[in-house]
Design a protein around this ligand. Structure first.
Ligand code: SF4
Length: 201
C-alpha cells in the first residue's frame, strides 16, 4: 500500500502534457517555506491506497501523457512505488516524472535496490531541496538548485526549452474532505500576492 496525500486524475499544470499526479505523504526534510508543508507529516494527513487500485485508475483515465509523482518525498516509499512504476512500464506507454527533495547523488548513495530500479525506469527526475532564495520562477522546479535529470531520452530533445521556461501555472481543486488543494508549482510570493488581490477586489 502507498500512503498518499492526494491524487489528481488529469492535470495540465504539471506538464509535459496531461498527467495523472500522485502526492506521496511524508517527508523528512524541512526546507524553509516548503511548498507543501501539509505533505510532510509521516503518519498523518494521508490515506492508504493499493498499488493495483492506483494502477487501474491510471489506466482507466483517458488522454494521459504520463504520470507525475510528487510529495512529500516519494522515495521514502520506494518499495511500494517501484511496483507501480513496473506496472506502468510493462502495460503502458505513459512516461514517468518524479520529484524528490534529495539530489540524484544522494539517492544513489542509499544503495537501495527499489530506489535504483526507479531511477533506471523513469524519464524525468526533479531533484534537490527547495531553497527560497534561488526561486526564480522557472517551470518544473521550485528553485534553481533543483536539477532536472533526463533519465531517458524521451524529453532530451526539449532539454533547453524545458530548463529555460519561466511560466508557472497552478490550479485549485476541492478535495472530498472539503479542503482546497493546490496543483502545480506556484510563482514566488504567490500566497501573499493572491491574498492582496483578493482583498483589493
Ligand atoms: S523536500 Fe519538498 S516536501 Fe520536503 S520539506 Fe522540502 S519542499 Fe517540503
Amino acid at each position: 500500500m502507498l500512503y498518499i496525500e492526494h491524487r489528481e486524475r488529469q492535470t495540465k499544470v504539471l506538464d509535459p502534457g496531461t498527467r495523472y499526479a500522485v502526492w506521496v505523504q511524508g517527508c523528512k526534510k524541512r526546507c524553509p517555506n516548503c511548498i507543501n508543508p501539509r505533505g510532510r507529516a509521516l503518519d498523518s494527513n494521508g490515506y492508504h491506497i493499493g498499488v493495483d487500485e492506483l494502477f487501474r485508475e491510471i489506466m482507466g483515465t483517458p488522454s494521459l501523457t504520463g504520470i507525475t509523482v510528487s510529495g512529500g518525498e516519494p522515495f521514502l516509499q520506494s518499495n511500494e512505488l517501484v511496483k507501480l512504476i513496473r506496472l506502468i512500464r510493462a502495460e503502458s506507454t505513459l512516461d514517468v516524472m518524479m520529484y524528490s527533495g534529495y539530489t540524484l547523488e544522494e539517492l544513489r548513495a542509499w544503495h537501495e535496490p527499489s530506489v535504483d530500479e526507479i531511477l533506471s525506469s523513469i524519464d524525468l527526475l526533479i531533484a534537490g531541496e527547495y531553497v527560497e532564495e534561488l526561486n526564480t520562477n522557472k517551470i518544473y522546479r521550485g528553485s534553481d538548485n533543483q536539477m532536472i535529470h533526463f533519465l531517458s531520452t524521451k524529453y532530451l530533445p526539449f532539454k533547453e526549452q524545458m530548463e529555460a521556461v519561466h511560466n508557472r501555472s497552478v490550479e485549485f481543486v476541492c478535495r472530498e474532505d472539503g479542503e482546497l488543494f493546490m496543483v502545480g508549482i506556484p510563482a514566488k510570493n504567490f500566497e501573499a500576492d493572491f491574498a492582496r488581490r483578493l482583498l483589493r477586489e
